[in-house]
Write a protein that binds this ligand. Structure first.
Ligand code: MTE
Length: 320
């Protein structure tokens, strides 16, 4: 992905597992050698593959879940993109723990009958939580399988009563510059914003997400709540939401503003449309081992049966 200074992550920057393992060893040593707050957490993240943090249990929703083997807790919580905390895959795990998570409120407004601001408890109680095991395909050509916990975003959108003017949904994410070292690096125009068409936002697969692996979301995965849109490249799945706005005009998202020729509004996973600087035909499944064969990337990340009808008649090469 490109930064405002013109540097970018190329496929060769996608961390090979051997390097990544080395970084984890480094993290463990750094943690052991430090008395700083959070060192224990780092050591734990480096050593232990069992889920940690407050329990957030929910029954599996098999209807919307893949039966592929999920990645381990360690993969999911130590190999992250959260550019507010830096561009290294380990930066979010190292720094996101400093984010202030309480109190937390999300404002929902714009083209709605009932604008409201809800705190985290209100939001969690709004609909029954479910576990959904989804594939996540990053635009950088790596992927994981992740057991998220949440409910369809449509429950929240119905609660606020969209008006006829609601054609798009805009997500704005937290901006806490004092604890976000990436924000001063000018990588994007902050805060990070993303958007969906209204029908995409109302699709049952679009998950308002509060947890992973039976635990509350760790900070580096977008605590306390994020959206997950599994048929689109991972950058559409905005973390740490603070504002959801419904509007009639198509939004210009952070990545569209930074590099419009590279990152379109739709960002549907599509092996037939290469990124201008690399192929999207295959992907590296994180945790499968550096020498494991790459997987063929599936149109809509394997969710074509569920979502392709929303794009009938559209040229997906133009509308990338
Ligand atoms: N949300 C915010 N606020 N900032 C980010 O940098 N990165 C995106 C997305 N959401 C990002 C974000 C990208 S590129 C990906 S691939 C996913 O988060 C990664 O989610 P994960 O770290 O939980 O796997």
């Amino acid at each position: 992905m490109r930064t405002k200074q013109g540097s970018f992550i190329s496929p060769s920057d996608i961390t090979p597992e051997s390097v990544w393992l080395g970084r984890r060893r480094w993290l463990r040593q750094a943690a052991l050698g430090s008395l700083a707050l959070g060192a224990a957490g780092l050591a734990r993240a480096a050593d232990d593959d069992s889920p940690a943090g407050p329990v957030l249990d929910a029954p599996l929703d098999a209807r919307w879940s893949t039966t592929e083997k999920p990645n381990g807790w360690r993969d999911i919580t130590t190999y992250n993109n959260f550019y507010e905390f830096g561009t290294g895959k380990g930066d979010p795990a190292a720094h996101a723990g400093r984010m202030a998570l309480t109190p937390w409120a999300v404002k929902i407004d714009g083209a709605v009958q009932h604008p409201m601001t809800l705190d985290l408890d209100d939001l969690r109680r709004l609909a029954p939580l479910e576990e959904r095991v989804y594939r996540l395909r990053c635009v950088e050509a790596w992927s994981m399988v992740i057991p998220w916990i949440g409910y369809s975003l449509s429950h929240l959108l119905k609660r606020v009563g969209p008006t006829s003017g609601a054609r798009y949904v805009v997500f704005t994410t937290a901006l806490q510059p004092d604890v976000m070292p990436g924000v001063s690096q000018g990588i994007l125009d902050w805060p990070y914003t993303e958007g969906l068409r209204m029908d995409e936002a109302m699709h049952p697969l679009t998950l308002l997400t509060f947890g992973v692996y039976g635990r509350a979301l760790p900070a580096q995965n977008g605590a306390p709540l994020r959206v997950i849109v599994p048929w689109k490249y991972g950058f559409k799945s905005a973390k740490s939401l603070v504002h959801i706005r419904l509007q009639s005009e198509p939004p210009v998202t952070s990545w569209m503003r930074a590099a419009p020729r590279e990152y379109g509004f739709y960002a549907n996973v599509n092996p037939a449309v290469p990124h201008p600087r690399w192929s999207q035909a295959t992907e590296q499944r994180i945790g499968s081992g550096f020498f494991a064969p790459r997987l063929q990337t599936q149109p809509f990340n394997g969710y074509a049966n569920e979502v392709a009808a929303m794009y009938a008649g559209m040229d997906l090469k133009q509308n990338f």
